[in-house]
Design a protein around this ligand. Structure first.
Ligand code: DGT
Ligand code: CA
Ligand code: CA
Ligand code: ZN
Length: 572
């Protein structure tokens, strides 16, 4: 699929035009095209072939022509035209969070900055200070932005990598020469970003397996293809390595390549003290191999319980496993419903019926419909009477379902003064109230914390959504004193959310563990705006497991009655 490539090119054109100070309307239309193409779930080439590009909302004749040109020739003349007189390096600068076209243009004019190394030199020599609109805070943001940019160049979100792995495993599963196939590395540990993808198989005829791997759909570059190892780059821009091992070594290899490195180093130390050795080939006492077919062999020989991959970060899991005190981690099958979803009544695309049908297909018992509130105009927030209508509509639909319930809710804005965007008499009519911050990100830490705590103290607010506001590789989030927030949640019986949307994953693993240790309940929610996004619950469960959560810590493992009771309890 060329969707991502084409979206990126439109985004680049928009950036270049903005850098040149051109007409905003045209710039915005390229931005829109980029977003629309990037969000498509179907192959843009297929649509082009069928002449259906202009059926996509936001794609006009001119844009469609440019897409066709790119598909046919690998080039877009509009892009080449826009780039005249501008260096690639300068355009790349605009990918740094916090560096907009105006600043980039100004830095070029005032300091002759062309690329990243110029910018870093100028920062080093303290040359930015005093330039128009640049104070200490801005400089600090640019420095942070450069850091984020550098990491985002090296790592991709698990939300991107996870479907790639599913595709690869699905593609190879039916190969008769393969006995076992499993993801290893950071992906198996469900880390929020992934440097590269590691896949392990056991089987015969390694060279053949490697060949089918490197020839798979979606591979853009073959980096290596040997008898036991293949390495490729895929169209999502990430490297994937495949290793083939003997079946009786699969467990040891899986343990080794799952990592983390810190976890493995600690294990090796324990092995050494017991007079044993572990490697990717097995576990040995002296020269004698005592295990390696199963991963469990390794942990058992070392005198501990098998440790779920999500815990393998050397954060106390080895000690817990030695004492038989590992948590019974929550599983995907424990989840009975999704607690944060948007419909076409606000900024989502699906109807209530489509959402319910998809939820039932996923085996859920309930689904929360939580459209935005009245002040969030950019997301088409609901007015008071619209929320009332929504409630009526959901009540009507619920009469038709058996063993399934749509729950009435809102994602209500916590306004800049800490007040809640709907009056109590409306909130009272809802099953669940989710509150979140979408404005005033730049307020002082104290102020933001106060706002959030005021919301937590509201007897109708049940869940705080995306508590830190960060976007992976794009935005650090607002400053909030999470310890105070956790304390207030514990006191009032308010839950914190793990927002599963791939670029949020907020709370993260560490904060989630902290919340749990203070007795705060967690909601795992996708914040889906489209039914195709509801699968991301799997990412949230991964984060929850990394945060040591058990099913009983998570409110969407409750039955519908228990969940309603949890929400009602706070109102008393
Ligand atoms: P990533 O790819 O940066 O997101 O993180 P990982 O954990 O997937 O790291 P990667 O791909 O470099 O290696 C996969 C696993 O292989 C790693 O988690 C542990 C193991 N491994 C790799 N190199 C070493 C090493 O030098 N020593 C040890 N003990 N283990 C290693
Ligand atoms: Ca890796
Ligand atoms: Ca690797
Ligand atoms: Zn939302």
């Amino acid at each position: 699929m060329k969707n991502h490539e084409i979206a990126a090119l439109f985004e680049r054109i928009a950036n270049v035009l903005e850098l040149k100070g051109e007409n905003t309307f045209r710039i915005n239309s390229y931005r829109k095209a980029a977003r629309v193409i990037g969000d498509l779930t179907v192959d843009v080439e297929v649509l082009a072939r069928e002449g259906k590009l202009t059926d996509i909302p936001g794609i006009g004749e001119g844009t469609a022509e440019k897409i066709v040109e790119y598909i046919n020739t690998g080039k877009m003349s509009k892009y080449e035209e826009a780039m005249k007189g501008i260096s690639e390096e300068t355009v790349n600068l605009m990918q740094i969070p916090g560096l907009g076209p105006k600043t980039v243009a100004m830095l070029h004019k005032e300091l002759g900055i062309v690329g990243l190394s110029d910018l870093e030199n100028a920062l080093h020599a303290d040359k930015l200070k005093g330039l128009f609109g640049i104070g200490d805070k801005k400089i600090e943001n640019i420095v942070k932005g450069i850091e984020l940019f550098k990491t985002s160049q090296q790592r991709i979100s698990i939300g991107m990598a996870y479907p790639v792995v599913k595709r690869i495993i699905e593609g190879l599963r039916h190969n008769p020469r393969i006995k076992n196939i499993q993801a290893a590395g950071s992906l198996r540990r469900m880390k929020e970003t992934v440097g590269d993808i590691d896949i392990l198989v056991s089987g015969t005829a390694g060279a053949d397996i490697v060949k089918s791997f490197v020839n798979m759909k979606g591979v853009t570059q073959i980096l290596a293809a040997g008898d036991t190892k293949g390495s490729v780059r895929v169209e999502e821009g990430v490297q994937a390595d495949l290793r083939v091992v003997h079946e009786d070594e699969f467990g040891a290899a899986l343990q080794y390549f799952t990592g983390s490195k810190e976890h493995n180093i600690h294990l090796r130390e324990i092995a050494r003290k017991k007079g044993m050795k572990i490697s990717e080939y097995g576990i040995f006492r002296g020269d004698k191999k005592i295990g390696g077919r199963l991963e469990e062999d390794i942990y058992k020989a070392l005198g501990m319980d098998w440790i779920p991959p999500e815990l393998r970060e050397n954060r106390g899991e080895i000690e817990a496993a030695q004492e038989g005190k590992l948590p019974r981690l929550i599983e995907l099958s424990d989840i009975k419903g999704d607690l944060h979803n948007h419909s076409n009544w606000s900024d989502g695309t699906p109807t209530f019926e489509e959402m319910a049908a998809h939820a039932m297909k996923m085996g859920y018992k309930y689904l929360v419909i939580s459209d935005h509130s009245r002040s969030l105009h950019v997301a088409n927030g609901l007015k008071d009477d619209e929320l009332l209508e929504e409630i009526e509509e959901i009540d009507k639909l619920n009469k038709k379902f058996k063993g399934f319930t749509l729950l009435k809710a809102t994602e209500v804005d916590i306004k800049t003064d800490g007040s809640i965007d709907f009056p109590d008499k409306l909130l009272e009519k809802l099953d669940v109230v989710i509150a979140s911050i979408h404005s005033g990100f730049k307020q002082e830490k104290e102020k933001i914390t106060e706002r959030m705590i005021a919301a937590i103290r509201n007897p109708y607010v049940n869940i705080i959504a995306h508590p830190t506001g960060r976007l992976i590789s794009k935005r650090e989030g607002y400053e909030v004193d999470l310890d105070k927030v956790i304390e207030a949640c514990a006191e009032t019986g308010t839950a914190l959310e793990i927002n599963c949307f791939y670029d949020r994953l907020d709370l993260n693993d560490i904060n989630c563990r902290k919340a749990r240790e203070s007795g705060v309940m967690i909601a795992i929610s996708t914040d889906a705006h489209h039914v195709d996004q509801m699968w991301m619950i799997e990412l949230g469960v991964g984060i929850a497991r990394r945060g040591w959560l058990e099913a009983r810590d998570v409110i969407n493992t409750f039955s519908v009655d228990k969940l309603k009771a949890f929400c009602k309890k706070k109102r008393k």
